[in-house]
Design a protein around this ligand. Structure first.
Ligand code: OGA
Ligand code: MN
Length: 279
């Protein structure tokens, strides 16, 4: 199978066209898609028309899909979640919930966070609703040598309901919240495939850097977050209907924008695939 590749951002993100994932790619094509993802951190596959089972099948070629019961699922496939402009805090105040409205990487409060997230634009608004990404390899590489030496050995505690969180999170049953894991991860991780080092931050879920007092930890986290989210490290994806955007949570952060016109719908199908413990 042949496909065309187009660079999207200056330093990250690429789009491929000429692929119909209703027909699973052969092994060589699949590897070529994975290579584009590893080289560009964010991979957009254009012009897809996929029912949930076909979407799930195609995504399972990139990794093992995981269940995420905090989000609604499609009736056809429990592993295909729904991110929608209709999302409401149904167990809480009933108000609109925007999942991922602040910079984050997915599921860092888990011991083994998902490696990739796949979002499929089933319905996209006429304007707005972009997803922003930031390149955490570049953010790490650009740090002064002294800062890199300081943070290389450090670890941070990540938890779901972090005291530093910025997003309103949807209300979940008390037993589920009590069972929410937390995890300690390195501030700088090595990508298991590319072997490149990247900053591993989750502004929304990091609680504290191990071994630093609260003030010192907050100061360093604020400084690293401000550095990593500078516009020069960002790519902003403007959605087209039928895009599948696959991002690598091990070397990027991302952020949703709920700035589209009131009354317009945005409906995404979402799959995450298993990752390993960060090192
Ligand atoms: C996600 C997420 C961003 C968006 O699905 O993990 O953060 O733009 N989505 O919907
Ligand atoms: Mn997210």
């Amino acid at each position: 199978m042949n496909f065309q590749t187009e660079k999207l951002g200056g330093h990250m993100a690429a789009a491929v066209s000429g692929v119909d994932l209703n027909h699973l790619p052969d092994a060589a094509t699949q590897q070529a898609l994975i290579d584009v993802l590893h080289d560009n951190l964010v991979l957009c596959i254009r012009d897809q028309h996929l029912k949930p089972p076909a979407f799930l099948d195609a995504m399972s070629r990139f990794g093992t899909p995981m269940l995420r019961k905090q989000l609604a699922s499609t009736p056809e496939c429990a592993e295909v979640n729904i991110i929608s402009s209709e999302d409401r805090d149904v167990l809480g105040d009933g108000k609109k919930i925007v999942n991922g409205a602040n910079w984050h990487t997915d599921d860092s409060f888990m011991r083994e966070p998902c490696s990739l997230t796949m979002l499929y634009g089933v319905m996209v608004p006429s304007t707005g609703g972009d997803t922003q990404f930031t390149n955490m390899y570049a953010a790490y590489d650009d740090l002064p040598a002294g800062t890199r030496a300081r943070i290389d050995p450090l670890k941070a505690i990540h938890k779901y309901s972090s005291s530093r969180k910025l997003s309103r999170i949807s209300t979940r049953p008390a037993d589920e919240m009590a069972a929410m894991p937390e995890a300690t991860h390195p501030l700088v991780r090595t990508h298991p495939e590319t072997r490149r080092g990247s900053l591993y931050l989750n502004p929304n879920r990091m609680e504290q850097i191990v071994g630093l007092d609260r003030t010192e930890s907050n100061h360093l986290l604020d400084e690293l977050i401000a550095h990593a989210t500078q516009p020069k490290y960002q790519y902003r994806h403007v959605w087209r209907r039928g895009d599948i955007v696959i991002w690598d949570n091990r070397c990027t952060m991302h952020k949703a924008n709920a700035d589209y016109p009131e009354g317009e719908r945005r409906l995404m199908h979402r799959v995450i695939v298993a990752g390993t413990e960060p090192f």
